[in-house]
Each structure stands twice: as C-alpha cells, then as structure tokens.
Design a protein around this ligand. Structure first.
Ligand SMILES: C[S@@+](CC[C@H](N)C(=O)[O-])C[C@H]1O[C@@H](n2cnc3c(N)ncnc32)[C@H](O)[C@@H]1O
Length: 209
C-alpha cells in the first residue's frame, strides 16, 4: 500500500511554470486531453503512441513519478505527451495555466484517491469549486470522464459534477470512443488490477453545454 499524499499540504502551493502548448508539443493544434492523477503515466504513454492525432497532458502530485515520466518522454522522443507535477486543483486554478483548460477537449479522472473518511473528503480531487473552474474555462462540447471502483466516491463525483448547470451526463452506451482521446479503449494500471480482481467499475461521461 502506498502512502497517500495530502494535496492540501502547503508543499504544493508553489506551482511549476508550464510552457506554452507550442513549446510543449510537436503540433500544438492537435486536440488536447488531460489526465488528472496520472501516476507514472503508463496509460498516457500507451495513448500517445496509439493515438498520435491527440496531445496528452498528465498531472500528478507525486514528484518522483513525474520526473521519471518526463525523462521517459525525452528518451523516447515523444512529441504529443507532457507531464506536470503538483496538486491538479492548484495548477488548474492558477491564471498562468488557464490556457490548459481553455484548450482541453477532454479530461479524465481515472480511479482518483477515494479518501474514505468524511473529514478527508476535502482532499478529494473533484470538489464543487474545482468543477466551477472547469465549467468557467472549458469550451462548449468538452468532455469529462470519471471512473472508479468505489461506489461512494462515484456517487460523490457524479453528484458534484451534475450539480453544475453547465455539465450534462452523456449516456455511456451511445458514446463513440473511436472519435475520442481513447479510440482503442486502453485501460489504466488501476483499471487492469480492478478487472483482474473482478471488482465493479463505475463510470460516467459529462459534456460541457
Ligand atoms: C489511485 S491512483 C490512480 C492512478 C491512475 N489514474 C490509474 O487509474 O491507474 C490516483 C493518483 O492520483 C494522484 N493524485 C491524488 N491527488 C492528486 C491531486 N490533487 N493532483 C494530482 N494528482 C493527484 C495520486 O498520487 C495517484 O497517483
């Protein structure tokens, strides 16, 4: 069991400078997908190689994982993938990184830390204020994907996102993955483990209206 990082620690108040999309990506005009809480980024490495018509940006609070992922991007010379270290809530709430949300076509929250105790709910990634930031900055038509094996966390995230008037739930059965950031429906590491252990997966997709 890994030690969970407290995202509210003041260690994360300082935010790294994020270069412009033109500096980050080989082709900054490609659709941009954000993966929040991407861990070591394996899912994004797979996506970046399989679907080269999208750019991918991962945000992760564990610095060592981000350093290793950044080195791997350089070694493999991947032009459509970038990683940012820090608390995603602080990063995306900061004016200097507003351009990321303004350009994102979709965002995924895959198996976020559940923080089971009620007094720790405020450490959860998805919070009403955070969803307001997303609704204020994302373009119309942008998508949010959530996925977890914790029913209580799913209900909490679903209720928080659905309470925002600008997000509407899409029927997942009608969703055409082949046109999305994940055309081959690749799985994250946590998802593979959940499938092996035959646990339930709860997921939803929302569109910004
Ligand atoms: C349970 S893991 C899931 C990793 C990956 N998404 C997957 O599905 O395999 C949750 C990840 O979110 C990261 N995380 C938690 N809170 C975060 C925050 N506020 N900002 C960025 N990353 C965060 C954790 O460090 C961890 O790597």
């Amino acid at each position: 069991m890994r030690q969970h990082v407290n995202p509210l620690s003041k260690n994360f108040n300082e935010i790294e400078r994020i270069p412009s999309l033109v500096e980050i990506f080989g082709d900054s005009k490609l659709n941009l997908h954000l993966d929040i809480g991407c861990a070591a980024g394996e899912f994004l490495f797979d996506l970046a190689l399989v679907n080269t018509s999208w750019n991918y940006l991962g945000i992760e609070i564990r610095e060592r994982l981000v350093k290793t992922a950044k080195l791997k991007v350089l070694e493999k010379d991947i032009k459509n993938l970038y990683f940012v270290f820090g608390n995603a809530n602080n990063i995306l709430n900061n004016v200097q990184s507003k351009f990321i949300l303004e350009n994102a076509k979709s965002i995924s929250f895959n198996f976020p830390d559940p923080w089971f105790k009620k007094k720790h709910y405020k450490r959860r990634l998805i919070q009403p204020d955070f969803i307001n930031i997303l609704s204020n900055s994302l373009q119309k038509g942008s998508l949010i994907f959530i996925k977890t094996d914790v029913k209580d966390l799913f209900d909490y995230m679903d209720c928080t996102i659905s309470s925002n008037l600008y997000f509407r739930n899409i029927d997942i059965k009608d969703f055409n993955y082949s046109k999305s950031f994940n055309p081959n429906k690749l799985k994250t590491n946590r998802e593979k483990l959940v499938i092996v252990n035959k646990l339930d997966i709860f997921e939803s997709i929302y569109i910004k209206t």
